[in-house]
Design a protein around this ligand. Structure first.
Ligand code: AN0
Ligand code: CP
Length: 313
């Protein structure tokens, strides 16, 4: 694997899920693979799971890890030809090339603006790192995607699935802040690659990018969508058509124990209790959110392993 900015960078997803489950059984088996290799992680935004699980994964493979919270660094310019006499101190052309002197792999978290749709869709930040650093880039959640989360979610569904083709429902939930579509986008893209029966449910106006949802089933009726679900993945996102806007905070969309029935509850975390989902669900046996968080390590580890194998030739 040359990079992991997109789910489709994985050649065989079902095979990769199985490999990740194998690595989970013996996480230190490839301790020599990352010797004398450095992962630099750059965070433009907050993180708990991604920051810790990716570092853990890299260390399991014997890598060195350097982490930089980019707001403690210089403000970067991404536009070409700008007269940089305002807020930005350093251009991405220099910054990316400099980081590549210290890193063998760069991992970047950069959330969308949620105000400039074209800029967000162009994935300016992650694409600029790829373009100028010329070393493998790993997406730690970008403007439109969170592919490591989706891989961890796929591993978790595989582990908990009792059926050959489980019914998986992605349900929108209310949230007081405008959030990216990234997690939902990557989850949908991943589910489309797996043997699952996917239904997406959200209020009108919350349609995801149709280039992503393609022919997936979409329903505005949550109750109907949740019927006979095996896995219910809950996530808020802001409107894509009315870009970045909060159109509804209708708490009838919150997930309750009654709505969940016997399905497994999934969420990428962090989650707002009693806004997105009621306490009873998170505190029940049906919640597998901690298993998902644990699998973030093995998702990152299988991805880094494949990139290192490619680097080592
Ligand atoms: C972010 C989001 O929705 O994309 C990160 C989730 C992993 N969530 C929040 O900012 C609450
Ligand atoms: N799920 C996830 O990516 O969590 P963090 O934002 O804490 O990294």
């Amino acid at each position: 694997m040359k990079k992991y900015t997109d789910i489709h960078d994985i050649k065989n997803i079902n095979e990769t899920i199985k490999e990740a489950i194998e690595i989970k059984k013996a996480p230190f088996n490839y301790k020599n693979l990352g010797t004398n290799k450095t992962l630099v992680m750059l965070f433009f935004n907050a993180s708990l799971r991604t920051r810790l699980s990716t570092e853990k994964a890299a260390k399991n493979l014997g890598m060195d890890v350097i982490c930089l919270q980019i707001n403690n660094s210089w403000n970067l310019e991404f536009d070409d030809g700008t007269i940089m006499n305002l807020n930005t101190s350093e251009h991405i052309k220099e910054a990316a090339k400099v980081i590549a002197q210290y890193a063998d792999i760069i991992a970047v978290r950069a959330f969308p603006t949620l105000s400039d749709k074209d800029k967000d869709n162009a994935e300016i930040i992650i694409e600029s790192f790829s373009k100028y650093a010329k070393i493998p880039v790993v997406n730690l959640e970008s403007s439109t995607a969170h592919p490591l989360q989706a891989l961890a979610d796929a591993i978790t569904i595989n582990e908990f699935s009792a059926k050959a083709k489980p019914k998986v429902v992605l349900s929108w939930a209310p949230h007081p802040k405008a959030l990216p579509q990234s997690v939902a986008n990557s989850f949908v893209t991943m589910m489309q690659e797996l043997p699952v029966d996917l239904t997406i449910t959200h209020p009108e106006g919350y349609e995801l990018n149709t280039d992503i949802t393609k022919n997936s089933t979409v329903s505005y009726n949550q109750e109907e969508a949740l019927k006979d679900a095996d896995f219910v993945y809950v996530k808020n996102w802001s409107s894509y058509s009315n870009y970045g806007k909060i159109l509804s905070q209708d708490n009838n969309w919150m997930i309750t124990q009654k709505k969940l029935n016997n399905a497994k509850f999934m969420h990428c975390l962090p989650v707002r209790r009693n806004v997105v989902v009621e306490d009873a669900v998170l505190d029940s046996e049906n919640s597998i959110v901690i298993n998902q968080a644990n699998n973030r390590t093995y998702a990152a580890q299988i991805v880094l392993k494949k990139i290192l194998e490619n680097l080592n030739g």
